[in-house]
Design a protein around this ligand. Structure first.
Ligand code: ATP
Ligand code: MG
Length: 237
């Protein structure tokens, strides 16, 4: 198992938000987490990346306990986190934003340049604007830039908080397609947190969170057609 969260409890100050969430991911999988507003999806990602402390339970990456590690050490261990909101520096160019991701890489500059070129091949809209300020990109293009910047660090596991947020349906499809390509090509493993049930089409397995607890989970294809999902999640909207 590449990643395992076992009965994770965490929250903010005195407020317990996650009451014992468990989730596992095999190498090369795309796993999605669905849940309504306030279900605890973002809190879970913040806990895994180390922004929030784990109060109880255990989180491991390649069998190593992440608990004692700082956010930076977790990133160096191969954990990528694309947070809610885009985190793009508006005044920097597209290229400068991408370069921010490179600080974590230990390999040579030739390899890094090849990676960047390969990513830009997949993202023609970005390569056209490589020298422009990020502020001149559309919302969807900024989302692509954020994804490209996260990919350039070559994470073993990339966790993405609502990649689809605020984007038109056709662009969501393109970005989901891109995630599949990145998995198939580069072997990156993905954890996609979403409110958009379209993620069922590209993920292998899905977990539904409900008020800080695990609800149903299983193969995305099976969940997609199941009444359980409608009852558990879609029915709440
Ligand atoms: N910084 C914070 N301080 C205190 N409570 C918070 C904070 N952030 C989130 N919460 C609370 O934690 C709970 C879970 O929030 P979280 O952001 O994890 O939900 P979510 O599933 O990501 O929702 P959404 O789909 O709206 O992004 C909510 O009750 C929320 O009010
Ligand atoms: Mg959230």
């Amino acid at each position: 198992m590449l990643f395992e969260a076992d009965s994770v409890v965490s929250g903010y100050g005195a407020l317990e938000v996650l009451h014992g969430v468990s989730l596992s991911i095999e190498e090369g999988e795309i796993v999605s987490v669905l849940g309504a507003n306030g279900a605890g999806k973002t809190t879970f990602l913040r806990t895994v990346s180390g922004v929030l402390d784990t109060w109880e339970g255990k989180i491991t990456l390649e069998g190593a306990d992440l608990g004692p590690l700082t956010t930076e050490r977790r990133a160096m261990a191969g954990l990528g986190h694309l947070p809610e909101g885009r985190g793009i520096f508006q005044n920097l160019t597209v290229r400068e934003n991408l370069d921010i991701g490179l600080g974590l890489r230990k390999d040579g500059s030739g390899e890094i340049r090849r990676d960047r070129d390969r990513l830009l091949d997949l993202l023609p809209a970005l390569s056209e604007k490589i020298g422009d300020a990020a502020s001149s990109l559309s919302g969807g293009q900024q989302q692509m830039l954020a994804l490209a910047r996260a990919m350039i660090t070559r994470p073993k596991l990339l966790m993405i908080d609502e990649l689809s947020f605020g984007l038109a349906p056709n662009l969501v499809e393109d970005l989901f397609e891109l995630v599949t390509e990145l998995r198939d090509e580069g072997g990156t493993t993905f954890l996609l947190v979403e409110q958009n049930a379209g993620v069922l089409d590209i993920s292998d397995r899905t977990y539904v969170l409900k008020t800080g607890n695990n609800d149903i989970s299983g193969s995305s294809a099976e969940l997609k057609d199941s009444q359980d999902l409608v009852r558990s999640y879609l029915g709440n909207e």
